[in-house]
Design a protein around this ligand. Sequence first.
Ligand code: MN
Length: 380
Amino acid sequence: MELKNLKKAGQRILKAVKNKERIVIYGDADLDGVTSVIILKEAIKNLNGEIGAIYFPDREKDGYGINEKALFYLKKHSPALFLALDCGIGNFKEVKIAKELGFEVIIIDHHEILAQLPDADIIVDPKQKGDKYPFKQFATVGIIFRLTKLLLGKKTSESLRRDFLELAAIATIADMMPRTDDNEEIICQGLSSLRESWRPGIQALLGLEHFQSLNLIQQVNKINSLLNIRDIENGLPVSYRILTIADKKEAEKLARNLLEKGIEKKIRIQDIKEEIEEKISGKKKDPIIFEGSSDWELILLGIVASILSQKYQKPVFLHKKEKINSQGSVRAPAGFNTVEAMKSCSQYFITFGGHPAASGFKIKNENLEKFKEYLIDYFL
Ligand SMILES: [Mn+2]
């Protein structure tokens, strides 16, 4: 049995490779998206396919998912096969624009399905209707790993398979997907060879002196936190750069640099957390935590929300306020479904989506107060 439309997507990609069609890969900038892009790109290269461009949105500036500005920037590559990885399932308007610009769109995502499906040519998402594959909790990278097996077939060498599994393992852990069934297999196999990885970036990160007293899984968690640091060069997130770097010395330099930034990041997270705790000290009865500021870094709000939701056992909605709109990160303890909550008041949002326990939204500032009041009622 296979995930719905995965074979179809594989066949379409193989046809593009055979006909030398251009391929554009658009991935979310978190580790799940980045490793998905790396694996798929390397698989296509192995088949001598032609990648026109890879693109990662900058969450801080562009928000989450496919954005219009990026599509117009990528227009020069059209016509092309446009592969959206780890995002896209909520981009109704943007998928339409992509098609108007001459892209054929394939979405491979694992986020919750919203009211409808976007008008893409092929959609793979284990959560869509009619998907009979029993396991639903893949990270996108787990789906991409399955896709490469369809693409490469017997051409998959053992070392390539192991390498893909190593990347899939760390990203499945980073995306906090449950370690059961198919994920357990991916994580277990991927971690078993991680220390022998041929990627200089992984060697450099595992080799950081700072982490030497830790066991492998602890090291992976630390590394994942470093790989999530926002550091973009030529449009490429640092996680992409370090995981694809060929030079050992360069990789070591980048790893040390990331560690320094990681220490700064930890301090900043602590500061934001304390600022919020001061703000909520008088609101103990509220069933949720809902706070925002124009000074916070959007990229850190997910982790801060996660810490607070665990500590206070409430859904936490944090947003970075900008001039007209705000963007937010949401985390909730087990048992709460924040995507359902937002689905039931979808009129407030520009976009929203994600997973029950980890989601996000973009909203006009004028709707913030109404949204907050609604949520307090909803979770009471
Ligand atoms: Mn993901």
